[in-house]
Structures are given as structure tokens and as C-alpha cells.
Design a protein around this ligand. Structure first.
Ligand code: AMP
Length: 198
């Protein structure tokens, strides 16, 4: 395992919990978990053993990487928490998200469903409020996240979101491109957004 570079030590991944997802997405999640381990970066995630979450965490662990799972007590059974890996059981979804945020220096969004959307929208809404400048990278194979970016642009076009917001993340379509994009630092620099449109 290589020592981690720069200020990036821990990377939080937001991704789907469904085992019925396209097998290519599940394989990509595992590839990402291995890449993190090989780069000496800690994977921080929602703690489950299912879907892309489980695939990424197991692969990172098996490749000798460090993994921290954070899971609310009521999901330990439902999301089949990986209890052999370092994990913390919290009491609410809010606590989980807060802790995921605090434990990570950067965020990666793989394909996911409504839970993934909820997590990343909150993260980006905090960026829009200048509460952080941690880098956010979307892995968007076959333009998976394109409709979300179109929706964001729609709100910009309606002058409800500042145009700078559209630079608050990076998008890649290859797993190998994720870590270089994260290392490039926060997208849109640290340009303040709170003053815009208010
Ligand atoms: P999904 O993309 O729907 O498969 O969900 C991915 C992960 O997001 C799962 O671990 C869910 O438990 C989690 N999740 C769903 N809703 C929320 C929420 N409101 N806050 C935090 N995490 C959530």
C-alpha cells in the first residue's frame, strides 16, 4: 500500500445499496475500493454490505486498505453491516451523514438511488452555503448522472442557483480518473457562493 498523498487521507463514497444494480456498476465499485486501498487512502462509507457499498468496502478491505463504516442501528440488519470491518453504529441518519462528512477529506459519488441522491444533494447544498470546500467527484459512466446535472442547470437558468455552483464538482467516466480528480482539489477553487443571488 502506498502512503497517501497530500491532504487527502480519507475518501467518503456515496453509492447504491442495491444488489440488483447493473453488474458493471458493482464491478466498478469494487475496482474503486481496490484503487483506494492501493493509493493508501481510507474508505469511509455507510457501513452496509449490500450493493455498490458492500462491493467497494469488501474490495478495499481485501486489498489491505483501511475502511470505516458508519451505520445507523436500525439499518445494521437491513443493509447487512460489514461487522468484521471497523465500524461505528450511530442512532440516526443525520448522525451518519454528519460523521461521514467529518471523517472524509473528499467525496466520490458512484451510481446510486434516492439515498445516494439525498446524501450528495446535502453535501452540495452545504458547498453552496460555503460550509466546506471538500472536493466532490462524480463517476458517471454512460452519463449516469447527466439528468441530475441538467436539473441543477435548470435551477441556475431560473436564477435560483448561482452559476458558480455548476463548478462545484468534477465528473469522470473512468475509475482510474477518480483519484487524480480528487487530488486536483475542490472544484471551482473555493469561490464563495453564499453572496450570489441573495
Ligand atoms: P440508495 O442509493 O437508495 O441505494 O441508498 C444508498 C445509501 O444511502 C444507503 O446506505 C441508504 O441507507 C443511504 N440513505 C438513504 N437515505 C438517506 C438519508 N436520508 N440520509 C443518509 N443516508 C441515506
Amino acid at each position: 500500500m502506498a502512503p497517501a498523498r497530500g491532504n487527502l487521507q480519507s475518501v467518503c463514497v456515496f453509492c447504491g445499496s442495491s444488489d440488483a444494480a447493473d453488474p458493471a456498476y458493482l464491478r466498478a465499485a469494487a475496482e474503486f475500493g481496490r484503487a483506494l486501498a492501493e493509493a493508501g487512502l481510507r474508505l469511509v462509507y455507510g457501513g452496509g454490505g449490500v450493493g455498490l457499498m458492500g462491493a467497494a468496502a469488501r474490495a478495499a478491505d481485501q486489498a489491505g486498505g483501511r475502511v470505516l463504516g458508519i451505520i445507523p442501528d436500525f439499518l445494521v440488519g437491513k443493509e447487512r453491516a460489514l461487522e468484521s470491518i471497523e465500524h461505528v453504529v450511530v442512532t440516526s441518519m443525520h448522525q451518519r451523514k454528519q460523521m461521514l462528512f467529518e471523517e472524509a477529506d473528499g467525496f466520490v459519488v458512484l451510481p446510486g438511488g434516492v439515498g445516494t441522491l439525498e446524501e450528495v444533494i446535502e453535501l452540495l447544498s452545504w458547498r453552496r452555503l460555503d460550509l466546506h470546500t471538500k472536493p466532490v467527484v462524480f463517476y458517471s459512466p454512460d452519463n449516469f448522472w447527466g439528468p441530475l446535472f441538467e436539473l441543477f442547470q435548470h435551477t441556475v437558468d431560473a436564477r435560483l442557483t448561482p452559476p458558480e455552483f455548476m463548478g462545484a464538482w468534477a465528473v469522470v467516466d473512468r475509475i482510474e480518473a477518480i483519484l487524480p480528480a480528487l487530488h486536483a482539489g475542490p472544484s471551482a477553487g473555493s469561490s464563495p457562493m453564499l453572496a450570489s443571488l441573495t
